[in-house]
Each structure stands twice: as C-alpha cells, then as structure tokens.
Design a protein around this ligand. Sequence first.
Ligand code: I6G
Length: 708
Amino acid sequence: MSPSNFDLFSDQAMAESVPSSAAALPQLRAQNLRDLLHHHAHAYYTLDAPELPDAEYDRLFRELQALEDLHPELLTPDSPTQRTGGAVLAAFQQVTHRVPMLSIRTETDNEASGAEAFDTRIRKELGLVPTEPPVVYVAELKFDGLAMSLRYEAGLLVQAATRGDGETGEEVTANIRTIQQIPLRLPADAPAVLEVRGEVYMRRDDFEALNERQRQRIASGTKGEKTFVNPRNAAAGAVRQLDSGIAAERPLSFFAYGLGDMTPSNEGGPTWTTHYAMLMQLKAWGFPVAQQTSRVHGASGLVAFHQRIAVERDALPYDIDGVVYKVDDLALQTRLGFVTREPRWAVAHKYPAQEEMTTVLAIDVQVGRTGKLTPVAKLKPVFVGGVTVTNATLHNELEARRKDVRVGDTVIVRRAGDVIPEVVSVVLERRPPDAQQFTMPAHCPVCASLAEREEGDADHRCTGGLFCSAQRKQAIWHFAHRRAMDVDGLGDKLVDQLVDAGHVKTLADLYHLKLETLSGMDRMADKSAVNLLEALEKSKTTTLGRFLFSLGIRHVGEATAKELARHFGQLDAVMAASEDALLQVADVGPVVAHSIRSFFDQVHHREVVQALRDAGVSWAEGEALAPTEMPLAGITVVLTGTLQSMSRDEAKEKLEALGAKVAGSVSKKTHYVVAGAEAGSKLDKAQALGVPLLGDEGLLLLLAGQKP
Ligand code: I6G
C-alpha cells in the first residue's frame, strides 16, 4: 500500500469518515472501523509512528467489538477483533508446505573472511572472472526467532505454519493472528495467493516484561508457570500454545524476508526482478522488513555490513544471531539453484552467541581496593560473546538473592559487546534439590575482619581497612596523598610495585624503606629515590588533622579530620572517644561516629597507629580548643588568584587551623576576600558586594592573629 492509499485516514478524512447516513448502516460502519484500526495498528506496530492516542484506538476497537456482538453476521476473518486469541486446540494440525521451507547454509567462519568466502564461491559458480563487476547482494539481519510461513488467499490471512521439517509444519494461525504487525488482509494489488516467509521473534523489552509477570505469578502461587530462558524460547513457547488466549498475552513480533507459494492475480505476474525489490513490495503491502536491510556490492560490501551490524547489534531491541547474504538478482538465484535443501545463493554469517548455559561451581566473595565485598559466580568455563567466561559478578548480596543464584545451579550467562559477563537467569527446573541460598559471610574472606553493610548501602564492606591486604594499595596511596601525609613522589605505580614486591605490607613500612630498595624499582632513578626518602622524612612532621585523614577511616574526609583534631586536640582523645562524644564534633553524625569508633576498636588499626608513631610520625598535640576560642572563629574567608607568600591550599590549611571557615564562593556573609594575581570573578563579586579585599600582606596579618 503506497502512502497515498492512506489519505483516507488523514485527520480530516477520519473526522469525516462516518457520514451520518453511514451510522445508520452498521455494515458500512464496521468496514470503516476495520480500515481505521488496520491503518493505525500498522502505523503503531510496523512503522513505529503512531498517529492516534491509545485511548482513541481503544474506543474505536470497542465500538467495532460492540457492533460485531450486535450483528454477528458482520464479523469478518480480517477483523482486528479476531487477533485477541481465545480458541483452544487439542493439537496442532499438520500443514504440507506447497513450496518447501528451505533452510539456509551457515558460513562456518565467523570472521570477516566468511563473507569473502561466500563471494568467492558465488563468483566461481557464476563463472565470473576478476575483471567482471562485483556481484550485487542483499544483506539482511538473522533474527533469533522461529521461521514462519503466512499464507494469504484472496488477500486474507488464511494460514500460518511453522517450518517443521521444511516439508510439513504445524498450523498455528490462531496464535499468529495475535501478532499486531502481521496484516490480516492485504491490499487489492497483492497476488491471489501469496505465502510470505519470515521470522517470529520477541523483543527484549517484551521478554523482560513477560518474565516479570511470570515471576509474579510464580510468587503468588500460580501452578504450572515458569520463566523463560531467553526471548527465542519465550517466542517458541507462545507460538506453540494450544490456547491462543495465552499466546495473545505473550507479545510477539515479525519480520518478513522471503516468499513461498504465489499465484499472481489476473492483472499479471510479479513486477520485481530482484530480491530487494520483492522485499520493498512486501513492505508496501504492510509487512515489517528490517530497516537495516541493504543492497551491497561485492565482498567488501558484505564485510562492511557484517562489521556495521556487529557494532549496532547490542543496541537493537531484539536478538539477532548473525546476518544473511543473498544474491540480489532473481535470475542469478535461479542459475545458482540449490544444494540438497539449501539455496546456493544465500548464506547465514553468524556472530558469536551472546548467551549460553553453564553451571555455577562456587560463589566466591572478592574484596575490592575500597573494601567492597562482591559475590562472584565461578562458572564451568563457557564460550560466550567470543570469549571463554569463567566468572560472572553477582554485584552484591541483594542482587545475588534477587536472581537467587545458588551453587550447583544451571544459569544463563550473557556477554554482549565488551560488557562484563553477567548471570541473566537461573534455570529453576535444573536446580539440585539441596542447593543453598547465598548469604554474605560475616567476615572478610581476605583478612577475617568484620564485614558490615550500612543502612541504605547495597554493599557489604570489610572493616579491616589498613590491615586488609586487599585494600593495602588503596590505603597506602591515600596515606601518601598531597592532602594527607603529602609524600611527594609516591605515585600509584610505585605503590603497586612496592606492595607487589612485598616491601610495604603496612603503612609504617614506608618509613623503613632503604635507598637500594627504591633504586631497584622500575623507572626509578637514584635521584628520585633520594627525593622520595627526603619526602618521607619531611612527611613525618605533620598535623593531627592530616594524620587522621591519612588513616582512610570510612566517611572521614579532610574537613571532618580537621574538625576532630580541633575538637579533641590529641590523638589519644580521638581514639578513646565514645560514639556519643564523637557526636559532639561539628559535622559528625551517627554514621561517621560509628565508623570512627569501629575503626579504632580494631586492634590492628591501633597497632598501625602505634607503628607510625614509633617510626617518627609526629604532630604538635595541643589542648582541645572549643571552636569559639580559636583566634579566627566565626570569620569566613574566600581565596582567589595566585598568592605570592604561599599556595592557596597552604593558606586554607593555616586559616582553618586558626578557626576560620574558608568558603568557595563570595556572599554577603564573607568577611574577607584574599585576592592574588589573576583573580577573576570572585574579586569582581567582592567589589560589587563591598567585601573587604586583602592581598598577601593582609593574609599574613590575619594569620598572625591581627586585624588587617
Ligand atoms: O532462516 C532464515 C533466516 C533469515 C532464512 C532467511 C533469512 O533471511 C533474512 N532467508 C532464507 C532464504 C532462508 N532462511 C531459507
């Protein structure tokens, strides 16, 4: 049907589509409603371009249903009301295909060379010499579904049959009628008899929604329900449903890719001479044809298509297992003919499967650099998505429980693109009777410290911190950070090497490193080793705030560490503080207080602290000062531009140590803006608001406790 056939359905025509005289003629109205509903179902399901709100479609549908109830003689087999299913069969009838449903040869080579091999074969069969032009092919998608033959007589869908053994299939018309994309009636220019061949499949989103509904049914105790392992399996189940009412609840889709039997109508035979033109004709008659279908030239065209679809594959809303190449020219197809039951002019070129079944050998718990515990399913090795997969993350305990993966289970593993492999679902029917539900261990499998999950957090974490070897590198890297102990020259790579070589097992080991050890590390010049030792020595003299921050206590950031130092004045006081005492510190809430308390409750953390003190790490311990007693208490300062006397970080630290608040933006509440060279918008804002401006000198006065 060309777009102009749809003029009848334009908004204007729709509004006028029921002349008052027609309302009095149920037959005309029924025909009119069928046309409207066919048109809008095609726009919605096949063209993906709805023209009518769902509610309006439903209203028209109900009107037709009411009319047919009132006048059963008006019911026609192509009525959209006949898609909903309902018929229950005792068994499927056998159907002999008038034109056998062929199978397609699969190219064994999954690489691009598979496409080249097909082109070479075709050229050889056709006796083409290299100087002759490239063969024109049609490249199509190979949907992961079920082959189906749709028979139309006098324009009406009369039969839908599965492939079966290619000669005889099963009649599944009632179920296939429920597929909205399949026309129940063809336009007048279609042949008198037409068999359209294609693939019935289920979209991934429809599959997920169906499985969710199935899970709910199972949970609510409905007997005989199960979830489906993949969209193909769900589609096959729906097609082979004896109760078409159940089939109607399992949304299927369809793509056309070829023809079977055909008797031209009186007006003459087919007008096409190529496969591509035939597909375009099917499209015009209302059948869905994959939009990716392309006419390409020669081996290079096939290879390019194979590569393009490999990239686009994961973004498609349905599964494909490969692509199909066909010689475009129908006369050449006839010349090429068949080998046994496979056309010589077509080949399927597959991609590696993205889902496979395997078994769970164990569920291990891995500890990440930040202490996060991750359950990982250890799988019987399985080749999926082009690689051998032996592990699949289960993310956390909640996720492992949601999927209910158990040791001994048979599971479906998916690996699409470069995404890490995951367990998609469990095949419950194959679960061993004694399989135990997974629970997270109470202790870290690496260091045996307590594993905790905070409220609102999905992840369990090891509380071993500095002591846990799985977290060692992260802990050392954090310790050396510029804002922590500020060990210049101790970067990630060097930390990795020192830990891997066993030179640093705990933080204090850093202060016992020897020049020879450091010089022996990769890309470590003698000079750099000397510099690092100097930096380590310098870092020993620090502040309590920096030291507390460097310990990497969970939830204790730089600002909280400074507050703790200011509040308690001495490390021993922090280490001894109860959660209640900790709650008195500005910005410390119950989660932070609990985290600090449990950190220092662990013997090995206290040992690390002692070892660092023994190695010479020290700071000026003072009496705890109430924040209000500090010289710059209540003063808010903003720093901008490049200062001459010190870096902005240094200025911030010194100001904060005296009780000032260093803010990031200027407001009316700002007491001073310290502006260095190339100060920008903050300076402008300060001037606009009349906030006092200070330079380096003013800053030094402020730090000396004098009013600038
Ligand atoms: O099984 C098939 C899947 C896809 C096909 C096929 C196809 O074209 C996209 N085409 C033919 C001609 C055959 N099987 C026999």
